[in-house]
Design a protein around this ligand. Structure first.
Ligand SMILES: Cc1cc2nc3c(=O)[nH]c(=O)nc-3n(C[C@H](O)[C@H](O)[C@H](O)COP(=O)(O)O)c2cc1C
Length: 174
């Protein structure tokens, strides 16, 4: 199975690459599966309907069997960049599975729950376990990601669920 770790923030100075790399380093220990960081910022996606769509985004979403969304919270919601990226593909998302990892000053819980609503509409099966990191306790100076070692167990639970459901969803895509 091929999985994309999708960075939801395109903000200058964002911390999402650190969170994505942490998840990648845990996930990469899984034999028989491939994981890659997918950075929305690399695709220069126009806001839906305001410019030429980027077919490379749709091709990338299509080639992946499952996703891990790195979700950050802004004003009690998900980032506009992630919402736009989710809206910028349709059938490419269908019948896949996903895990959610969030962070923020309130651990990004509200944004993560909003992402679940959107994933349901895109026929993406989102797993239960949701590692959530807090800017006050899992970061130094709100900028350097230093999660406690105890957080790794939750990430592995999420990965177990994601791999199981991604394999199941692959059987109905054939
Ligand atoms: C405009 C703005 C609004 C924010 N609102 C919230 C919020 O409502 N809840 C929360 O938990 N964190 C909030 N934060 C903190 C962000 O989650 C935090 O800055 C995080 O690092 C953003 O992710 P990024 O650095 O990857 O872009 C906000 C940050 C900004 C810049």
């Amino acid at each position: 199975m091929k999985f994309g770790i999708i960075l939801g923030s395109t903000r200058e100075g964002r911390v999402s690459p650190q969170v994505g790399e942490y998840i990648y380093n845990i996930a990469a220990k899984r034999e028989g599966h491939e994981f890659e960081i997918v950075d929305i910022a690399d695709y220069n996606l126009p806001f839906l309907g305001t410019g030429e769509p980027n077919p490379a985004w749709n091709a990338k979403i299509d080639e992946l069997d499952g996703y891990i969304f790195i979700v950050q919270e802004y004003n009690h919601g998900l980032s506009a960049a992630l919402k736009n990226a989710l809206d910028s593909a349709r059938k490419e998302w269908f019948n896949k599975a996903a895990g959610i990892v969030s962070y923020g000053s309130g651990s990004g819980i509200r944004a993560a729950e909003q992402v679940r609503i959107i994933l349901s509409e895109q026929y993406i099966a989102h797993v239960r376990t949701h590692p959530a990191f807090n800017l006050f306790t899992d970061f130094e100076e709100f900028t350097t990601f230093k999660p406690g070692a105890h957080m790794e167990a939750g990430v592995n639970d999420m990965l177990d669920e994601l791999i199981l459901w991604s394999e199941a969803m692959a059987t109905i895509r054939k």
